[in-house]
Design a protein around this ligand. Sequence first.
Ligand code: GP9
Ligand code: MN
Length: 459
Amino acid sequence: LALYNVTGLVGFHGYDLYRFGKEHIGPKPVLGNEQTDQAKAWFDQHQQVLNTNNDLRGKFKGSNVMVIQGEAFMNFFIGQQIGGEDITPNFNKLMEESMYFSNFYHQTGQGRTSDADFSAHSSLHPLPTGSVFIRYPGNTFDMLPSILKNEGYSPNVFHAYDSSFWNRYSMYKAMHYDRFYSKKDFVIDEPLGWSLGDKSMFRQSLEALTTDVKSPFYAFMITLSSHHPYTLTAKENVLDVGELKGTMLGDYLQSVHYVDAALGELVEQMKQDGLWDNTILMFYGDHDNSITDQKLYEQFTGRTMTALDMQQIMNQVPLLVHVPGGSLRGVDTQPAGQLDLTPSILHLLGISPEPYHFMGNNLFGDAERMVVLRSGAFTDGKVYYIPSADQSFENGTCYDLASRTPTDVQACGPGFQEAKKRLQISDEVITYNLLQLWENKEHLVDPKSTKPTEASTTN
Ligand code: GP9
Ligand code: MN
């Protein structure tokens, strides 16, 4: 984040491209057999967590799937009011007939929007530096659009911005999307912020979905109107933020209020288009808003913030899941995160996770959940570990979540080891292209392997 702010977008992407050159010239790096086998064993073991048989498994087989990734859409304002007015009236309404995950984390690093996209679709962690989209677009990953395409779905992605940004154009090809609707595919009839307003973006995306795209579809939409620095045109600033007026947090709340209104219009339009009752809809935020001034959050909540409060505010984003018929409802307070999206969607659709390598949780399974952030922070619902700047275990803080106060750091010891292991294995999979290695091996062992070959992309 720091690097990104200093160099600006172009500088940051430019640095990744420079590194791409260095990483992809010369002999390919190889990981030792022992480490490779350890990584493979971890994924095999993790299948037990993912592979649960219960009533929800396959309950929505064949449904369309629409996933919306909300720009800088955080959790702290969900269901809150300012000056007596609801900040997210449409989200609140939708919550009544949906499952809301109130303890859901973004797991992004420097690759920001692209990291959220990567983790949600691959169930792997993003890298400690840079963006996977830019550094390793040609490697093999088990990604949701490819998996669904193999199941007869048409995967499409909608984002009204330049197609080359975050190297999406190349990465989305590798993910086997049928089509990427980027800025040039939209009529800019509602200029707002960086590009097209989300209201129009949703409206035009639905138009494409109902006319161009065959069912069942997978639609991934990335919003943009609530992007930093959050200065929408006056017409859209309809939320009165009182004493926060003129602060960046005030501007931010106005922009997410607009996105909430866009979400409300999308749902209405889906009902009119006959999509509401045959589509699983998920909405989650990509990352925080880069506003780190604790005083502003204290002003907003009227409470003093602890380090744990701030950590959760900056890392929690909402996840909302609406299924056809609205039969899945309530609030899930157990930890969850972006890596959990793909295994959870496959569960609802009744697609086996078995051929794939996922690191996240199955949110509709029965296993206890652990969520690891890219920083090395983690939670299992009982403790929350915040790492220290020097990364040494003892210098980090282990919070007991029942009392929300620091406890003996040793209470976070086993979790710390597991978190470290997961991040390391994920990094190895990405940088050594392990999924391609394993795929090739499987083909050597069993040429009639049921593993779909289309999920692979070679470089
Ligand atoms: C632009 C958008 C912004 O296409 O995804 O990316 P971010 O700056 O949030 O990473
Ligand atoms: Mn973003």
